[in-house]
Ligand binder design. Structure first.
Ligand code: ZN
Length: 199
């Protein structure tokens, strides 16, 4: 049953195609949008299109950025020999927010999931291995989520890196099972980092 007419329907349909937004939320958002000043709606739409057009992957760590290098990779003061491997940019942001991690990152843009048909070649793993060819890399900290996919990915990566002789660690299990890093508080994140164990 269509609750709205023409253009309103189209808006609700488009909004509900976004992750985490069901038809009810989409209806609420659409209702809110049409009551907002036109200028504000235009700003939101512009921000979406502008980000879509100009945001791409960092040349070094594959996080999302609109520069060639993201602010972390471009910062000489960071320890470029310690690489924390995370699943996505939001996980990287979670650790950045703590302000206590001074190394750099590698963003896989996903995790291995046989169930969803996502294999090692579908994430930025080759790019990680290429980075490890640079001399001087001291440690790779695997900070993928503690979900089945995250653990599978961590195991896979550690097996790949082991033969290179580079130290590989996994953040401690202070992070609840199945927990997305982005939803975890700072103290837990830091405890997990401090308590990391060598694989
Ligand atoms: Zn970067």
């Amino acid at each position: 049953m269509k609750l709205y007419s023409g253009k309103m329907n189209r808006l609700v349909e488009e909004l509900s195609s976004l992750p985490g937004i069901g038809e009810k939320s989409a209806g609420r958002l659409a209702d809110h949008l049409i009551r907002m000043p036109e200028e504000r709606v235009r700003r939101i739409a512009d921000a979406m299109v502008d980000a879509r057009e100009n945001v791409h992957f960092c040349r070094e760590c594959y996080t999302l950025t609109d520069e060639e290098l993201c602010p972390v990779c471009g910062n000489e003061a960071r320890d470029h020999n310690t690489i924390m491997v995370v699943e996505d940019t939001r996980d990287m942001q979670a650790y950045e927010k703590t302000g206590k991690y001074s190394g750099v990152y590698h963003v896989l843009q996903g995790a291995i999931s046989p169930m969803l048909g996502i294999g090692p070649n579908d994430i930025r793993l080759k790019e990680l291995m290429a980075r490890l060819q640079q001399s001087g890399i001291k440690e790779v900290i695997i900070a993928t989520n503690s979900s089945l996919e995250g653990e599978t990915t961590a195991m896979y990566i550690s097996k790949l890196i082991k033969p290179t002789g580079i130290k590989v660690t996994r953040i401690a299990s202070g992070v609840p099972v199945g927990g997305d890093l982005e939803n975890i508080d700072e103290i837990t994140l830091l405890r997990a980092l401090d308590g990391r164990v060598e694989l």
